[in-house]
Each structure stands twice: as C-alpha cells, then as structure tokens.
Design a binder for this molecule. Sequence first.
Ligand code: GUN
Length: 295
Amino acid sequence: MTAKRIDGKAIAAAIREEIREEVAQLKQQTGRTPGLAVILVGDDPASHVYVRQKAKACEKAGIHSVTDHLPADISQEALLEKVAYYNDHPDFHGLLVQLPLPDHLDANAVIDAIHPAKDVDCFHPYNVGLLTIGRPRFKPATPAGIVELLKRSGISPAGKHVVILGRSNIVGKPLANLLVQKHPDANAIVTVLHSAAKELPPFTRQADILVAAIGRPEYVPGDWIKPGAVVIDVGVNRVPADNEKGYRLVGDVKFDEAVEVASYITPVPGGVGPMTIAMLLRNTLTAFRLQVMQG
Ligand code: GUN
C-alpha cells in the first residue's frame, strides 16, 4: 500500500482564499480592517522564517499586520510594556509573541499579559481553560489545523483511536483537548504519549490516527505504524544538507517507510505547517469580531 499524501499547502490555500473573501466582507460591513501584531524577540532563524510567513499571509488576505522586532537582550519589563501597548491599541485585534523567547525572559508571564480577547495563539490560560471545557473561543493554530486537515480530507476522528506523540502546550496537549470533545469533528479516543513511556511502539501500533509532535528528526519508523493508519507529522526539523541553505526540513516520521504502511500521510514540508498559518488568520478574524462587532 502507498499512502495518499494530504496536501496541506493546497488545503491551506483554499482556506486562505475563504478568509480573504471574509475579510473583504468584514471591511465593507464595519469600515474597519482586521489587524494582527506580532512580537518577535531576538534572532532565532526559524522564528524569523515563521514570522515572515505570517506577515505575508496577512498581507495576501487583506489583514493589516505589523512585526515588532525587539532585541534579544530586551528586559522582561520592556517586553511587557510592548504587550500592554498592543493590548490597548484599537487597530490590532490579534496579538502574538513568537516563541521561543530568549532564556532570560519569562514566557509564561508574557503569555499571561496578553489580553485574552487578542490571544490568537490561544496560549493564555483563560483561553486554554475555555478550550478544555469544550467552549473554545480561539482554537490553537496547529491543533486546529490538524483537525481541519482531517475534516477536509474526509477522515473522521470520531470513535477512532488517536495516539499523539508529544505533550507540548503548543501541540500535544491542546490537540488532545480538541479531539476528545463531544463534537462531530472530534469525539476521538485519545492517548497522549511522552518521555515517561517505557516503550512507544506498543501504543503507536494501536493508533488509527498517529500524530507525531516531538521535534525529533525521522524518529518514528514505519514498523511503529498500524497498516492503513493515518499519519500526521507535525515535526519541522532542520538537518544538515549539502545545498545552498545548508539544511533540509524533515518531519518526526521516517516518511519513506511510513508512506508504504499508512493510508494517508502529511508530508514535511507542505503538510501541517501551512495549516497553522491559515488557522492564525482565522483566529485574527475571530478576535476582530469579538472586539469590533460584539464590543
Ligand atoms: N513557536 C512555534 N509555534 C508557535 C506558534 O504557534 N505561536 C507562537 N507564538 N510561537 C510559536
């Protein structure tokens, strides 16, 4: 069996086009333009790439955006002042601080300082709480992107065993929270695996849908996957390569092996990654509606 590739790039492009049309409508309706502020601290190369992609996607969708690039040695106080500035700025309906932050900064305190109504990452404890009790206002971008990818590929997680490798606050935990909800796009039986598991394959081989989100290049071999399973690879790992950039991107899954076992698989790049940005745009419109149309 050769797995069908899930084309995240094409699905994300379709969603972004829907969002572009929605933005045009909202502008007509309200006379206002949805806006997103992105705070980037320091010089992490991958973060720079992500932030550029976010700004470009906003521009194409008709969303006004600003990237505030702050020096790596900025103080916690000065960063919190920036957050407060955008919290109070009426033209920016969404606000995110790109992670990771340099070690001397307290990321939790920064996330706590973001106004919950502008928290388009859905990282604030208030929004995480709403998600957990099944009343999501925002949905975190990468987990929401995965749910949307499954939906638009005709794969229902309802009643299926979804095994998630990784318990991060950005992917593993919120994805489990989304998929376990009693909702037609979810309703899954969810297992979250992490480093305390003595062995992983006895669990991964039970997965109808296997999600790899551990950030280890090509960690999951083909024989950890049940034949016919759906494989969602969230990993974006840079490995050295003999090319112009000096690296290439690989996922957390050994693609060449997995593609022979799975029924569907997401490639890296071009799978989950583009969906994250599409969902961020969607959250920005949710924030706009919250502040402009219900405020
Ligand atoms: N770093 C990696 N993923 C993300 C994300 O979704 N949002 C932010 N703010 N930082 C990230």
